[in-house]
Structure formats: structure tokens, C-alpha cells
Design a protein around this ligand. Structure first.
Ligand code: PLP
Length: 475
């Protein structure tokens, strides 16, 4: 064992051997030393545990490739580009919406110099970030006023904290949803200091249930979009119009948390059932809240639109300071909303919209192109490729159960199991995330760009033939 320990290279020898790699990665010296020390420690641990038992395993040609993989992994950023072949357009785990080119440019411009974030260029005095995009939101939703915060959860919190604190807000039990990442609407409501008054049952709530719950402490009636599931069968929800009438009869505001909240009616594309923010406002809802990075296709943000007097109250709520967006978000949101002024333009240029509405014929053509790219790049001994009809999903809790027809490239690995393939693909650069079904990997062109096909073919080839550097142990 002593001999094995002595066979390990010194830190300086490792630094020398890795000089080229470390230069390429522009690695800071202290960080490189630290990583090399950690790597050598793990080698010593392997020697002690018996995992390494012969000096041959510690020779440079075996050890240095492992060290290189360890350094590359340790020196790269944590947040990385990922190839999304799942066909889930608004993939909550993969960063939701991809921004439009104009939105990216606007964020870069805002970040790379000073800007009038809180400076009124008419008067040369202090301005408010909260008035930068409210005009556009008013135009696009028909609301009297609007306000933007960090995300939709923050929007719900601000609305309830401002309008319902210390009082009761009436919600149907059928709408007390958990929307993933253990975000539960009832918990956020409780944080606002509003008391949740639950009415009805999971599958049926009637107007009379709401009416009976109203008392002198009631501050609002609220509807929550049941984003990620759909109740089918014996099921009743009260219509928005009926709830508006009931709320207004009692001088209460009707709040609607739309979740996804689109600005376009998608029924022509076979995506029915999601009301637009404009429809909700024109049906008389006093406040509507929705996300900036779900179906809207913009940056992470929470949009609040509705009656001016209620929005004004939210603007003077001290909590707003903790929930406000930064300049890059506001810039990207403004650029995205400007695209919506021309619906055709929005559908063409906002990636989320473009992908949701991509015609099946185009998806088929693109799947064929991906199929050709893969067959050219990958040896037949390693995988069989075929085209199969299938479905994509919108994701992000939007349009649950709506199947979007697509064409998938099916990959049947021949030299490893599909589970092995899947896990190797998490370690390629960039990593590739795809669906696995009956022993095959399914690639959906809907969530890929054509220019990503060659990179996809390369990482898939690496994973199928296992030419990736053996990953050093996790750090
Ligand atoms: C997604 C969602 C939220 C939370 O929105 P974030 O932008 O993720 O904070 C709140 N309510 C509903 C109904 C949702 O679908």
C-alpha cells in the first residue's frame, strides 16, 4: 500500500501535466490546486479501501485522463446549456420558456450599460420601474392598470397581502392546487396573512357554496386555474361570469390566478380551453395574475393586471420592494410583449409560441432531417433509428392532457441498455434530456432547433459508443 501511495503523482506534477487543459479552461491557479488535491485525496481513499490495488492503475496514461475529466467537471459552470429532446415546450425543470431573440438582445442591452430603470427621461427626475411595461400590458389585456413582480407566486402573494390580509378569501376546494416543486397555493395564501375560506368539495363547487361563505370578514373571491390537472367526470365549477356577479353583488373583488395566462387564443391550433387574460378581464374579473415564462414565453415574471384602484394599493405595499423584478427581466419582458402587438410576429418569433403551434408536417420534415443526421453520424452497430408518430406536451402546467401530434426519432441502443444510455447522456457536453419508452430513447424535434442537430448527433454518438471521458467521482 505504501508503494501505491508513493506511485501517486505530486500536485505540481499534476499541474504540469494538466497545463494545456488548465490554460484552455482559463482556470484560476488556487482553484486548480484545490481540485487536484481533492482528486489525489480520492485516489488515496481508493487505495485505502482497496478499490485501487495495482500501481498500473496509477500510471499517468490511466490517471491523467481521469484527472482531466475531474478538472473539466469541477471548473465548468453549474448552470449549463441542455439539449431538450423531450418535446415538453415549457419544461419546468429545464428553464421553462426559451426567450425570443429580441428579448435576449434587450436583456443584454439593459445589462451592459446604464439605463433609465428608475429615471424619468421626460423630467430628468426619479422615475419608477413599475411604469416601464404597464402600458403594454394594459394594451394587450384591456386592463385599467398593471404591475410586474418576480414570478407568479409573488404576484399571488402581493395581491392577497394587499387586498385580503387579516380577512378571508373564498376559494373552491377543487382549486387548492399544488403546482410542482411543492408550491401549494394554500400555503402561499396563508403566508399573505389572508385566511383561506375553503368551499365545496374536490369535484363539485356550486355558486351557493360561495354565497354561503361570504361574511363581514370576506375580502375577495378567488379562482385558481387548476393548471396541471383536469377533473373529468362528475365535476362542477362555477363560471367566471357567475362568480363576478356574486362578488360584485357583495362589493368584493374577484381575483383570478390564471397560472399560464396566455395572450393568444390557441383553439385554432387544437389547444382549447385556456381563457386569455383579455377574456378574463372583459368578463369582469377585478384582478388577474399570470406567469411571464409559461405560455407567454418571456422571462420569469409575475404579471398582475386589473382595476387601477386595486393595482395602486399594491404599488404602495412595502412588500413590493421584496418582490420587484430586475432590469434584465423588465427589458426582456418589454421586448417579448412588444412582439405580441403583432400576433403573427409573436407566433413566429417567441419560441414558446412557435413550438406550441408548429404544424405536424413541419415536425415530420424536421424529424426526418434529424434522423438523417443521426444515421450519418452514428455507426449501425451501436443503434437502430426509426421515425414514429407521437405526441408532445406544452408543459408548465398549461393545457394539461392536450396531446400535440409530432414525429419522434426512436433510438434503439444495441450496445447498452437504454437506462445506461440515458444516464451517459446526462454527462455529455452539452447534456441531452430525452424520453425513454419501452427500451428506446425518443427524440422530439419540437423542442430542438435544427442547428442543434449536429451537437445532438455528436453527444448521442459519444454516449452510444461510450467515448466520453470516464467521469471522476462526484465532488
Ligand atoms: C405556475 C403557477 C403559479 C406560479 O407561477 P410561478 O411563475 O411559477 O411563480 C401560480 N399559480 C398557478 C395556477 C400556476 O399555474
Amino acid at each position: 500500500m505504501r508503494e501505491l501511495f508513493r506511485a501517486l503523482p505530486s500536485v505540481d506534477a499534476c499541474l504540469n501535466a494538466m497545463d494545456g487543459v488548465l490554460r484552455e479552461l482559463e482556470a484560476p491557479h488556487t482553484r486548480s490546486r484545490e481540485l487536484i488535491n481533492r482528486f489525489l485525496d480520492s485516489c488515496r481513499e481508493d487505495i485505502r479501501s482497496g478499490a485501487v490495488s495495482s500501481p498500473a492503475e496509477l500510471e499517468a496514461d490511466r490517471l491523467m485522463p481521469r484527472l482531466e475529466a475531474f478538472l473539466r467537471k469541477g471548473l465548468r459552470p453549474s448552470l449549463r446549456r441542455v439539449l431538450n429532446a423531450t418535446g415538453v415546450v415549457i419544461h419546468t425543470n429545464l428553464g421553462r420558456s426559451v426567450l425570443a431573440r429580441r428579448a435576449i438582445e434587450a436583456a443584454v442591452t439593459a445589462a451592459s450599460g446604464y439605463c433609465n430603470l428608475e429615471y424619468n427621461l421626460e423630467t430628468g427626475s426619479r422615475g419608477s420601474r413599475h411604469t416601464l411595461v404597464d402600458g403594454l400590458i394594459r394594451t394587450l389585456t384591456g386592463a385599467e392598470a398593471a404591475l410586474v413582480v418576480n414570478n407568479n407566486a409573488a404576484a399571488v402573494l402581493l395581491v392577497l397581502d394587499t387586498l385580503c390580509k387579516g380577512g378571508e378569501v373564498v376559494v373552491s376546494r377543487g382549486q387548492l392546487v399544488e403546482i410542482g416543486g411543492s408550491f401549494r397555493i394554500p400555503d402561499v395564501m396563508a403566508r399573505s396573512g389572508a385566511l383561506l375560506r375553503e368551499v365545496g368539495t374536490t369535484n363539485r363547487t356550486h355558486l351557493s357554496d360561495y354565497a354561503r361563505a361570504i361574511n363581514e370578514n370576506t375580502r375577495a373571491l378567488m379562482r385558481v386555474h387548476t393548471s396541471n390537472y383536469r377533473v373529468i367526470g362528475f365535476h362542477t365549477e362555477v363560471s367566471l361570469e357567475d362568480m363576478v356577479r356574486l362578488a360584485h353583488d357583495h362589493d368584493l373583488p374577484l381575483l383570478e390566478d390564471l397560472g399560464s395566462g396566455s395572450l393568444i387564443d390557441f383553439s385554432p391550433w387544437g389547444l382549447p380551453g385556456e381563457p386569455t387574460a383579455r377574456q378574463v378581464i372583459s368578463s369582469g374579473a377585478d384582478i388577474v395574475t399570470f406567469s411571464g415564462d409559461k405560455v407567454l414565453g418571456g422571462p420569469q415574471a409575475g404579471i398582475i393586471a386589473g382595476r387601477a384602484e386595486l393595482i395602486d394599493a399594491m404599488r404602495s405595499n412595502q412588500l413590493l420592494r421584496a418582490l420587484r423584478c430586475d432590469k434584465m427581466t423588465l427589458a426582456a419582458l418589454e421586448a417579448t410583449l412588444r412582439l405580441y402587438l403583432d400576433q403573427e410576429k409573436a407566433l413566429a418569433e417567441v419560441p414558446t409560441l412557435h413550438r406550441m403551434t408548429m404544424p405536424p408536417a413541419e415536425l415530420k420534415r424536421r424529424a426526418e432531417k434529424l434522423h438523417r443526421t443521426l444515421r450519418r453520424a452514428i455507426d449501425r452497430d451501436y443503434a437502430e433509428f426509426s421515425l414514429v408518430p407521437g405526441y408532445s406536451r406544452v408543459g408548465g402546467g398549461s393545457f394539461p392532457e392536450c396531446d400535440l401530434p409530432t414525429t419522434l426519432v426512436r433510438v434503439l441502443p444495441l450496445a447498452c441498455t437504454v437506462e445506461t444510455l440515458r444516464s451517459r447522456l446526462l454527462h455529455t457536453d452539452p447534456p441531452l434530456v430525452a424520453r425513454v419508452e419501452s427500451g428506446t430513447l425518443l427524440l422530439d424535434p419540437r423542442t430542438l432547433e435544427d442547428h442543434e442537430f449536429p451537437a445532438l448527433a455528436q453527444v448521442l454518438a459519444e454516449a452510444l459508443t461510450y467515448r466520453i471521458q470516464p467521469e471522476a467521482k462526484d465532488m
